[in-house]
Design a protein around this ligand. Structure first.
Ligand SMILES: N[C@@H](CCC(=O)N[C@@H](CS)C(=O)NCC(=O)O)C(=O)O
Length: 216
């Protein structure tokens, strides 16, 4: 059955692979599942046809036969559940890998998103100088804890899993901030994720889509 995902027609990140379709592409590449991409404009994202797939008018979405999903956590979990590549077979190890997916999305990602907002959208606000250090402190607190847990391991819990895929995807957004480099083991963890052939294939595909759109 054909899998179709949606992605930005022209990603605001300029093809750096930070848009969330990248996580889904990466998961599909890890499990060797071919997929199609429907590129969508910001305007079309808010129109009824797309809202029927994604109630919040965002990307990515995932369609497979009768099934339509939104939310990258749910999509990556759906993909991982169907292939014995991204989740361990052992029930407890599987539950722990899923826990890391939730941790990435619920515990680590929020402060990182907040930092992006503070830096990119609120830079001109008079209160930004006071707020920014507080937001950075919240990011560092989480990174301290994550760094301690990862230690010198390659991945968060044994072999690479959907939990690592999600955590690396979340941490990637910090690359340009310089904060990630304060944590040598986390920076190396992200590099390990980016070095995976499946990541590279996904990255190249989203970059090709961005480049093609820029030439249109
Ligand atoms: N929690 C959602 C977030 C989705 C999301 O924020 N998507 C962004 C792209 S990375 C988007 O569509 N932004 C445009 C908008 O919200 O209008 C998920 O993980 O799928």
């Amino acid at each position: 059955m054909t899998i179709t995902i949606t992605a930005f027609e022209r990603s605001p990140d300029g093809g750096k692979g930070l848009a969330r379709d990248m996580r889904v592409r990466w998961a599909l590449e890890e499990v060797g599942q071919p997929y199609e991409v429907r590129l969508i404009s910001f305007r079309a994202m808010k129109e009824p046809a797309h809202l029927a797939l994604h109630p919040f008018g965002q990307i990515p979405t995932y369609e497979e036969g009768d099934l339509a999903l939104f939310e990258t956590g749910a999509i990556v979990f759906h993909i991982a559940e169907r292939h014995a590549v991204l989740l361990p077979v052992d029930a407890n190890a599987r539950a722990r890998a899923i826990t890391w997916m939730f941790a990435a999305l619920n515990t680590v990602e929020p402060s990182i998103l907040e930092l992006g907002t503070a830096r990119l959208l609120e830079g001109d606000k008079p209160w930004n100088k006071e707020r920014l250090p507080l937001v950075e402190e919240r990011v560092r607190k989480r990174l301290d804890q994550l760094s301690t847990r990862l230690g010198d391991a390659d991945w968060l819990d044994g072999a690479f899993s959907a939990g690592d895929l999600m955590m690396v995807s979340v941490l990637l957004r910090l690359k340009s901030s310089g904060i990630l480099d304060e944590y040598l083991n986390l920076a190396a963890y992200v590099v390990r994720g980016e070095a995976r052939p499946a990541y590279k294939r996904a990255f190249d595909a989203q970059l090709a889509a961005f480049t093609a759109a820029s030439h249109r």
